[in-house]
Design a protein around this ligand. Sequence first.
Ligand code: GUN
Length: 295
Amino acid sequence: MQILNGQELSKQIQAEIKLEVDAMIANGQRPPHLAAILVGEDGASQTYVDNKIKSCKECGFQSTMIRKDASLSENELIDIIETLNNDANVDGFIIQLPLPKHINENKILLRISPDKDVDGFTPHSIGLMTLGLDGFKPATPFGILKMLERYKIETKGKRCIVVGRSNIVGKPIGIMLGQNNPVGNCTVTILNSHTPDIEKYTREADILIVAIGKPKMVTADMVKEGAVVIDVGITRVQDDSKKGFHLEGDVDYAHVAEKCSYITPVPGGVGPMTVTMLLFNTLQSRKNKLKALNA
Ligand code: GUN
């Protein structure tokens, strides 16, 4: 069994990104600039956004953190988005999800200008990705693909089962892995919480992707010997520790790992790759602008 070390791979890819940023600055250009909007006080979301801002700094990016109270109205959030859409010094921005219940996420995501959608969440980005065209690919599925590519894991002809059909992970990873690409050439089935006999499908998977948000839901008996297992779940489970919680993935790692050919740990697997591909997309956005300016 080999661990798919997202932490290590992220360090490598971020070093490659930093080289490009250093060259940009040496060439007299400003570095890429990412802005992040965080609404409310959700602890996990705060940690994720802090990690994104920290990685920006490490790669030489400019970053702006916009923190708002949970009482922010939908219209106030739209105003912030419009300001960022029109700011020529911002290459991309993200709105950390989930948003407070009184804000309609779909309505908000539709307001992001496609050329700044570095999370790859807008219909424009999803459409380009679905057609196999260049655009901003959703960061988490993009990170999973990058992992498969860098670890040279064969996808052609493989059976891939995705557990979870969310707009930000399950649906897009299903599309990306089912395309006729060097990485992502599988036969894909996407399961959901209403699928009967989930284990009947998961046991067929050469590549099993789990993104359902239920700690330790996938047990060893549900996994084929030699499978590649990618765990996207990351849930805070309360305990008696000083922090008051620990993190658990959707896969019962201790028992599943011994059956796998490859497996991602939680934390240190998919999570860091999401941050890295967000930076990759933001660098791409900056390069797109420089190209348009012929700079
Ligand atoms: N919430 C969970 N994952 C993500 C992500 O990749 N981007 C944003 N903006 N919010 C998230």
